[in-house]
Design a protein. Structure first.
Length: 76
C-alpha cells in the first residue's frame, strides 16, 4: 500500500457522565487521546467514531468537531 504524502487524522476528547476523560495507552507515545488516520472516502466524524471504537471498544456520539490534523512530513 502506498501511503499518501498528506495524511488527515482525527482525535477526540471522550468524556463520560462523571466527566472522566478517556486516554488510550500506546506502545510508543504513552497515554494519548484516541484517534487516528482518516481513511480514503471517510467522513471526519465517522473516522473519529471508528478510531475510538478500534482503540477502546467504546461506542461514542460526536457532539462537536474541535480540530482537524494533518501530517505533511516529507519522506525522501
Amino acid at each position: 500500500m502506498v501511503m499518501p504524502t498528506h495524511i488527515v487524522a482525527v482525535g477526540g476528547i471522550v468524556e463520560d457522565e462523571q466527566r472522566n476523560i478517556l486516554l488510550v495507552k500506546t506502545q510508543h507515545d504513552g497515554w494519548v487521546f484516541p484517534g487516528g488516520q482518516v481513511e480514503a472516502g471517510e467522513d471526519l466524524m465517522e473516522a473519529l467514531i471508528r478510531e475510538v471504537h478500534e482503540e477502546s471498544g467504546i461506542e461514542i456520539v460526536v457532539s462537536q468537531l474541535i480540530g482537524v490534523y494533518s501530517n505533511t512530513e516529507r519522506t525522501i
